[in-house]
Design a protein around this ligand. Structure first.
Ligand SMILES: C[S@@+](CC[C@H](N)C(=O)[O-])C[C@H]1O[C@@H](n2cnc3c(N)ncnc32)[C@H](O)[C@@H]1O
Length: 289
């Protein structure tokens, strides 16, 4: 691509990714070119006649090869946009998904404005859910925890880079087993794929998301059982609980939470659907004791 302009590079890259059956060829080509050339979307439009620097051209070619081999864009450029925040990702973090924004929205629509809740995010990964909530609730504070050291390190870095580190802490912990004050809001997007289904996952997911972020045990529900049993350790009585679920798990997760004494029906409680209309989040209230 040496000697080509930004516009030409974009057209060629799109055609290349199209020919390799990348479904989102146009978008991916643009995002990868922006990252390789270090330019914004606007600059790409305004300065399309500029010639791509040789170093950027080489980087872009390598990016395109990686994408064509199935590597997700976020894994190539090292970050992803979630709830308007630019979050770093690494080999030990899940690539945060747009579906998870359903959970963030479900919590925000149930929170009084101007409140100052304390939030626990169990299995925080990149810190996506906690940082999104803190960015929308300027008086909130929170603690994200994860069993993975690399995830905790990345979440801390993301908190710093999004300017939220004064209200967010991150620690290593097996779910809720770290002593902390009882939370007003408990959120989690735990691993929820049944172990037997892992080999059949899409290549993007199976080959690039960490297994610890996916494997939910024999029936995909083990983490919900563990977290539900720990609710008295992490949630104040009546705290808002919001868990992401696989789209066929609504009945089971409601039962698990109900058996643990949580309230799973009533105004604002129960199942919340994602943009595609599938069950995506269970909202409940923590046991009253
Ligand atoms: C599906 S990922 C969700 C990550 C992030 N919350 C998000 O929504 O993008 C699940 C996370 O749970 C973490 N995890 C798995 N087992 C855990 C455990 N026993 N205790 C704490 N975290 C755990 C994984 O390391 C992973 O970061």
């Amino acid at each position: 691509m040496t000697g080509t302009t930004l516009s030409q590079a974009l057209v060629q890259a799109r055609a290349f990714l199209d020919s390799r059956d990348v479904a989102t060829a146009g978008l991916d080509a643009r995002v990868l070119l922006q990252a390789a050339a270090g330019v914004s979307h606007e600059a790409l439009v305004m300065r399309g006649d500029e010639v791509l620097e040789p170093h950027a051209a080489r980087t872009f070619e390598n990016f395109l090869k990686s994408r064509a081999s199935g590597k997700p864009v976020s894994r190539i450029i090292g970050h992803r946009e979630f709830w308007g925040l630019r979050l770093g990702v690494c080999g030990e973090t899940l690539d945060p998904r747009p579906d998870t924004e359903t959970l963030v929205e479900a919590v925000l629509t149930r929170m009084g404005r101007g409140t100052s809740p304390y939030i626990r995010d169990l299995g925080t990964g990149s810190g996506a859910i906690l940082l999104a909530l803190l960015s929308a609730l300027p008086q909130a504070r929170g603690l994200g925890s994860d069993l993975s050291f690399g995830a905790v390190r990345m979440a801390r870095r993301n908190a710093l880079e999004t300017g939220l580190s004064n209200r967010a802490a991150f620690v290593m912990s097996d779910w809720g087993q770290v002593p902390a004050r009882l939370a007003d809001i408990v959120v989690s997007n735990p691993p929820y794929i049944a172990r037997g289904e892992l080999p059949g996952l899409m290549r993007d997911v199976r080959d690039h998301d960490p297994i610890r972020a996916l494997d939910g045990g024999a029936d995909g529900l083990d983490p919900y059982r563990r977290i539900a049993s720990q609710l008295p350790l992490v949630a104040r009585p009546g705290a808002l609980i919001a868990f992401e679920i696989g789209h066929t798990q609504d009945d089971q997760v409601r039962s698990i939470l109900g058996d643990a004494g949580a309230r799973v029906s009533g105004t604002g409680l129960g199942v919340v659907r994602d943009m595609a209309g599938r069950p995506r989040v269970i909202v409940a209230r923590a046991p009253r004791r």
